[in-house]
Design a protein around this ligand. Structure first.
Ligand code: SF4
Ligand code: SF4
Length: 251
């Protein structure tokens, strides 16, 4: 039964949404609020998001840092976190928003793909399986709920091409949980460098791994090195390597 019918709100609402529960939503040029969700932002980027933007914009890690991405240390996790630099500090506009929409649309971050859907995961203590939980974020400025087709959260994830980014972010969340459990607090400077390289600077990681200079890689605990051009596999490999290098645990 659909229970997310449009009604005016003055405060953002987060409404629980079953994976197969339909909601009405449409967005695109012509809608009165077009681009309003791309300002007043604090847009964190997962390593997968940074990789997709780098590939689309044909920028190295150093170049995208100079132009679009800030790096800081997460206060809760002690791990490096990337976020988008604002194009203007006043409106905190995304650097990719234009009057015609998102100039990086094919490589937009996972959270942009999901909006207005929010997602959390839970891992079963019994069989280790991950279950997804969804919610609908209704913000007062967003008119997308007023018309358009209905779809379910599962359908929305697929139609927005968000699945690969979510799978990669689940692997990242596992690493964060492990870090919080085994090594809370800041990383040593060398370990922080490893994390930055594994999350964001895959070219350096590939160079070091392929020349045998990467620490903690002479072990059967790691998968074989991927083909040089297979960036998605390299990102998975990097997560497995970092997990082994930091915690001595196999992925
Ligand atoms: S409908 Fe919502 S998601 Fe679409 S442009 Fe407007 S505020 Fe953004
Ligand atoms: S990346 Fe694109 S969709 Fe996401 S906030 Fe920026 S302009 Fe909007």
């Amino acid at each position: 039964m659909e229970n997310n019918t449009a009604h005016p709100t003055s405060e953002p609402e987060l409404l629980a949404l079953e994976p197969d529960e339909p909601f009405r939503f449409a967005c695109g040029p012509g809608i009165a609020c077009y681009n309003q969700c791309c300002q007043d932002l604090n847009q964190a980027l997962t390593p997968f998001d940074v990789l997709e933007l780098r590939r689309y914009l044909k920028l190295s890690w150093q170049e995208i840092q100079e132009q679009h991405v800030m790096l800081y240390t997460g206060p809760a996790t002690g791990l490096p976190v990337a976020s988008l630099r604002f194009a203007s500090r006043a409106g905190r506009h995304c650097p990719f928003v234009t009057a015609q929409g998102c100039s990086a649309y094919p490589a937009r971050p996972t959270s942009c793909r999901l909006y207005p859907v929010a997602r959390a995961i839970q891992r079963s203590r019994i069989d280790g399986r991950i279950s997804e939980h969804f919610a609908l974020l209704k913000e007062p400025h967003c008119h997308g709920f007023e018309k358009g087709p209905t779809q379910t959260a599962r359908q929305w994830v697929e139609s927005q091409g968000a699945r690969a980014g979510l799978d990669a972010s689940d692997a990242m969340l596992e690493l964060i949980a492990l870090k919080n459990r085994l090594r809370p607090g800041p990383l040593a400077p060398e370990q922080r460098q490893w994390a930055v390289m594994a999350f964001y600077d895959l070219e350096q990681l590939k160079d070091q791994a392929q020349s045998g200079r990467l620490p903690a890689m002479n072990t059967d605990a790691l998968p074989p090195l991927p083909h040089r051009d297979d960036d998605h596999r390299w990102l998975s490999w990097a997560m497995a390597w970092l997990r082994w290098a930091l915690f001595g645990q196999q992925a």
